[in-house]
Every structure is written in structure tokens, then in C-alpha cells.
Design a protein. Structure first.
Ligand code: TXA
Ligand code: MG
Length: 344
């Protein structure tokens, strides 16, 4: 299959591209869609055989449910069996934006979407292009991140083409993603509500409307007998080919540790701005200032992709503080490292 890259650089192209994306989705095809977090691999959520294609294209385990993407809070009433006031409050405050809400499902989407769970994950992405596609499709779009399972998520159309080219009908090019890490997931089907995945909306923002518990999968690897509430959180993720290690500590001691490791010529380092000169390594990528978690989030997957090469066996990443959006950056780096952390 030849994957069409649908450009939206001019108004005329944008109109043609949106129309083409809608046409392909209506025909049961897969289309890469832009969002403010990462690119999604979209299918008509009400078309079971289209949704099945997502799992094949990504190599995604069938027990890992998908988020449905909708145009606004009213969709909660369409697809969720119960909508508590807090869910509506959060949707009205943060949508469109990087927040996914899990609630009991009405059971009116194909079971391929929810992987047989009795809950459903709903989100309204902050991308005018994608919102227009969903509105014109007249159905939600089911979409996981548009990467091959296990690899870093995609934050540019070119990354989607690299992972999915030849396997899907088209990619709608909405430019680079502003947030850079996947949405925050809050499970409101339990009491107290649980943070299943950190993202662009922070725990502090969510706690302004009530209590919130952190699911252990947010900060550690679960044991073989533990079942995470977000099935996707049990898989190793976001990883380049080399072995990733998260290095916790100050810059000078991190550099001392990393520079003492063997094979600097096969080593890459992800560090904060201004630290480049400290490291002896084949590749050094700066991912933002030490306290600038938004910049780190925006760049982290790009950085992991850029060190994903045959020439790199070891990747060391400096560990941000788990504050605010920094929690999401630590979580993604931690998962890429399979939670291998050294304290220096
Ligand atoms: O920002 C995002 O959320 C991106 C963009 C494309 O919207 N999507 C995304 O999807 O990250 P994905 O499939 O890569 O991650 C979705 C996560 C998985 O860990 C999955 O297990 C979890 O959400 N999930 C989906 N439905 C769920 C449910 N009903 N209950 C608990 N977790 C759920
Ligand atoms: Mg994903």
C-alpha cells in the first residue's frame, strides 16, 4: 500500500486533505492524525474491522484498549454509562486538550476498541484539523499513538511515515505536536479517581477538582502478577534499540558516571540544555533546560528517536524532577529504560 502524505500547508491543500482523510476513514482505512500530544493512528471507532487493522499495523497486543477521540464533552453522554459531575467539570475545563477520561462504557462501540473492558477512554484533542475530520466523519476516531508498538511515539508526520509508511492509507500532516507526550489519563470509574498515565495536564491541576491517587504503574515497573488499570502501562515502551539507563543526580556526578562507562563511541546521552560539553559520547542531545518540563516533554520522543540507530548500544538519560509535566517526562524515560535507574 502506498501511504499518502496529506499536506495542509495552504488553505486549498488543507481542504483537499481533510476531505481525503474523511473519505478514507469512511471507507474503513487507517489515517495518521495530528493531535497536540502525539500523532494518532486513526480508524472510525464504530467500524470494527477498521479498528482491527490498527492492531495489525502497530503490532499491538489485542488486550490493549484504544482511546476514542471526540469533538467535545457532550460525547461523554453518548458513550459513557455514567458521567459524574467531576468528569464533566474536567472535560469542560481541559478539552480540547491533553486529558483522557476513563468512565464506565455504554457498550455502544465495538469491543475491539475497549478490548473487552467495561470502561471506555475518551479524549477531545486540541487539533482543529483532527476535530474537523471527526465532525465530518460523524463518528469518533479510535486512535493509539502512531508508532510501531514499543518504539518512541511519533510527534511529526515524518515519524509516522517512517513507522507506518506502506501499512496505512494516509497521514494528515498537521506539523509538529505542541505537547509532545501522550495525554494524561484519569480513571473516574473508581473511587478515589486514579491517575493512570501522567501527561500535559498535571496531578496538581486535576486535584483542584477533588482527590486523585497515583496508579503505581506511573512510577515503577509492575510485577508479573500485578494488573495495571491501563493495560498499555505494563509493556516496555518508547524504547530505541540501545539499552537505556536513567541517571538520577547532579550534572557533574552524572557526567562522571556516564564518562566512566565502556564504549563511548557507541553511547548516546540525553541531557539538559548547556550540558553538552560535559559528556564523552558519540551523540549528545539536549532536551531542554533543567526546569523547563514543557520543553523536555515536547522534545523527549524526538530525542529517543534520534538515538535509535544501529550505531548506538547505550543511551543514558538525565532524569528531570517529577514535578508538574516533569512527571510525564520521567515516566516516559523510565519506561524507555524499563525502569533501570542509577543514582549517582
Ligand atoms: O495523547 C494520547 O492519548 C494519544 C493521542 C493519539 O491521542 N493516544 C495514545 O494512545 O497515547 P495509546 O493507545 O498509545 O495509549 C492509550 C493508553 C494505553 O495505555 C491503554 O491501555 C489505555 O490508554 N487505555 C485505553 N482505554 C482504557 C480503559 N478503558 N481503561 C484504562 N486504560 C485504557
Ligand atoms: Mg502509545
Amino acid at each position: 500500500m502506498k501511504t499518502e502524505l496529506l499536506s495542509c500547508a495552504t488553505q486549498a491543500e488543507r481542504e483537499r486533505s481533510v476531505a481525503r482523510a474523511v473519505e478514507l476513514l469512511k471507507a474503513g482505512e487507517l489515517v495518521g492524525i495530528p493531535t497536540e500530544t502525539v500523532y494518532g493512528l486513526g480508524a472510525n471507532a464504530l467500524d470494527a474491522s477498521a479498528v482491527e487493522k490498527i492492531f495489525a499495523a502497530k503490532g499491538r497486543p489485542g488486550d490493549n484498549p484504544l482511546i476514542i477521540h471526540v469533538t467535545g464533552p457532550e460525547a461523554l453522554f453518548e458513550y459513557c454509562a455514567e458521567v459524574p459531575p467531576r468528569a464533566l467539570e474536567l472535560a469542560e475545563r481541559f478539552w480540547p486538550g491533553p486529558l483522557t477520561i476513563v468512565l464506565p462504557s455504554k457498550g455502544n462501540v465495538p469491543r475491539e476498541v475497549t478490548a473487552g473492558l467495561d470502561t471506555i477512554a475518551v479524549r477531545c484533542p486540541d487539533s482543529p484539523l483532527t476535530l474537523e475530520v471527526i465532525a465530518r466523519l460523524g463518528a469518533p476516531i479510535a486512535a493509539p499513538s502512531a508508532n510501531i508498538s514499543g518504539r518512541p511515539s511519533t510527534t511529526e508526520a515524518a515519524h509516522v511515515m517512517a513507522d507506518m509508511g506502506g501499512k496505512i492509507a494516509a497521514v494528515l500532516d498537521g506539523g509538529p505536536c505542541r505537547v509532545g507526550v501522550e495525554s494524561t489519563i484519569i480513571d473516574l470509574s473508581c473511587d478515589p479517581p486514579k491517575l493512570l498515565r501522567p501527561g500535559g495536564i498535571t496531578p496538581a491541576q486535576l486535584m483542584e477538582s477533588g482527590p486523585l491517587e497515583l496508579d503505581p504503574a506511573v512510577y515503577r515497573l509492575l510485577g508479573p502478577d500485578e494488573r495495571p488499570r491501563a493495560p498499555g502501562m505494563k509493556y516496555r515502551h518508547y524504547a530505541p534499540r540501545g539499552e537505556v539507563t536513567l541517571v538520577k543526580g547532579e550534572a557533574a556526578s552524572a557526567a562522571e558516571y556516564i564518562n566512566s562507562r565502556p564504549a563511548p563511541e557507541r553511547t548516546a546521552v540525553l541531557c539538559f540544555d548547556g550540558e553538552r560539553e560535559l559528556y564523552r559520547a558519540a551523540v549528545v542531545v539536549e532536551i531542554g533546560a533543567q526546569e523547563d518540563y514543557d520543553a523536555q516533554a515536547e522534545r523527549v520522543f524526538n530525542a529517543l528517536r534520534s538515538v535509535d540507530s544501529e550505531d548506538i548500544d547505550f543511551v543514558f538519560a538525565r532524569c528531570p524532577k517529577p514535578d508538574g509535566v516533569g512527571l510525564a517526562v520521567v515516566n516516559r524515560l523510565g519506561k524507555a529504560a524499563a525502569h533501570r535507574v542509577v543514582e549517582v
